[in-house]
Design a protein around this ligand. Structure first.
Ligand SMILES: C[S@@+](CC[C@H](N)C(=O)[O-])C[C@H]1O[C@@H](n2cnc3c(N)ncnc32)[C@H](O)[C@@H]1O
Ligand code: SF4
Length: 382
């Protein structure tokens, strides 16, 4: 018999759905600002949304907070202060809580960074993408390489934990250029890197008019060589796209990948909460106007459902197998309330194909399994 569902750690995600302008490759829930940021109205909505969700949280401690976007660094220091004070008054944040802010190098300066830090932000994630001016232009970014470098230097001066988002496989990018970006990030002192392969997301300008991308083999080689450089520099590749110096891993994202709970507030935010009835998934309305109206009507949640028993193995594995070291097999039973026997046939098949580690005590994709993760996950669909 599987042990009863145990309450995993809880995180809070706060979505800020605006950007100065929309990048042509991006399908995140982000909207170009056409007028002034409706900051106070949105902050009020976030606060009502949080109040509405409190009964589901039963005073549980919160281990991390993540401001994602969009471009959360559009929020004023005063607005951030106000919001974090309310969050702290409503939720018991643990003393060591990691509080991350995503920032665009085109929207920051030193006084803003200092203000954010004083408001309680402990980790900064900067969307650099590349340090190459030609590529930045091609990506429609609002910053150039000088402001990216300047932003990283300021971030590293102000925050002990800094992540840089980089993308590779960019239009007309060579292997040498992709590696230069990683070298530049290391030289500037980042302790965490998220290296994403550029993907053409449906319904984006890049998907409609594809730019000339490097070949599949060239992009694969970029990924391998980036991994090698980072390995030699002492970074640990701990998740599909994430690299960190030991001890600098992102605790908030680790909570997703270990199938932890999270409340998501703000436009389009998703949540996963363990309740006495089972695992509840929630979605807020995506468009900022719809979200503001839904909150004003006292109904911030657009859709919610209990995850079916059949869907749980896929949902757990989709997260756990992104971790390069996977998870202890016992986590599956604790997190899903199912028994390992229920997925044993799938585990056996994948182990025979060398896609999963043979260690029965761990659920871990082999390097081959990591390359074909989508195929591996198909085995856990009901
Ligand atoms: C929400 S954005 C981060 C912060 C901020 N909005 C910015 O772009 O500076 C998250 C990250 O996802 C990555 N990303 C977005 N669209 C992508 C795509 N089509 N392919 C690969 N990575 C992408 C970028 O590295 C981006 O920084
Ligand atoms: S700034 Fe970030 S979230 Fe906004 S459109 Fe560009 S990649 Fe997307």
């Amino acid at each position: 018999m599987a042990p009863p569902l145990t309450l995993p750690p809880l995180s809070l995600y706060i979505h800020i759905p605006w950007c100065i302008q929309k990048c042509p490759y991006c399908d995140f829930n982000s909207h170009a600002l056409r007028a002034e940021l409706p900051e106070q109205a949105y902050l009020n909505a976030l606060i009502s949304d949080l109040e509405h969700a409190l009964p589901l949280l039963w005073g549980r401690p919160v281990h991390s907070v993540f401001f994602g976007g969009g471009t959360p660094s559009l929020l004023s220091v005063q607005g951030m202060n106000q919001l974090l004070q309310i969050v702290r008054s409503y939720l018991p944040l643990v003393a060591s809580a990691e509080i991350t802010l995503e920032a665009n190098p085109g929207t920051v300066d030193m006084s803003r960074f200092r203000g954010y830090r004083e408001a309680g932000i402990s980790r900064l994630s900067l969307g650099v993408q590349t340090f190459n001016d030609e590529h930045l232009k091609r990506l429609g970014r609002i910053h150039d390489s000088d402001s990216a470098r300047q932003g990283v230097r300021m971030a590293c001066d102000c925050f002990e934990r800094v992540n840089l988002d980089l993308m590779y496989g960019l239009p007309s990018q060579t292997l040498a250029q992709a590696l230069q970006d990683v070298e530049a990030a290391l030289a500037l002192g980042a302790t965490h890197l998220s290296c994403y392969q550029l993907t053409l997301e449906p319904n984006t300008p890049f998907a409609r008019t594809p730019p000339p991308l490097p070949s599949h083999d060239a992009v694969a080689q970029m990924g391998e060589e980036i991994e090698q450089i980072l390995h030699h520099t002492g970074f640990r590749h701990y998740e599909t796209s994430a690299y960190a110096y030991p001890g600098h891993e992102c605790l908030h994202n680790l909570n997703y990948w270990t199938f932890g709970d999270y409340l998501g507030i703000g436009a389009g935010a998703h949540g996963k909460l363990t309740t006495p009835q089972g695992i509840l998934r929630q979605m807020r309305p995506k468009h900022p106007d719809h979200y503001l109206r839904a909150v004003a009507a006292g109904q911030p949640v657009q859709e919610q459902y209990l995850v079916s028993t059949q869907a749980l193995p896929f949902e757990f594995m989709m997260n756990a197998l992104r971790l390069i070291d996977g998870l202890p097999a016992s986590n599956f039973e604790r997190s899903t309330g199912l028994t390992l026997q229920q997925i044993q046939p799938a585990l056996d098949r994948l182990r025979r194909q060398a896609l999963l580690s043979p260690d029965p005590e761990r659920l871990c994709a082999t390097p081959l399994g990591q390359r074909f993760l989508n195929d591996v996950l198909q085995e856990f669909l009901d």
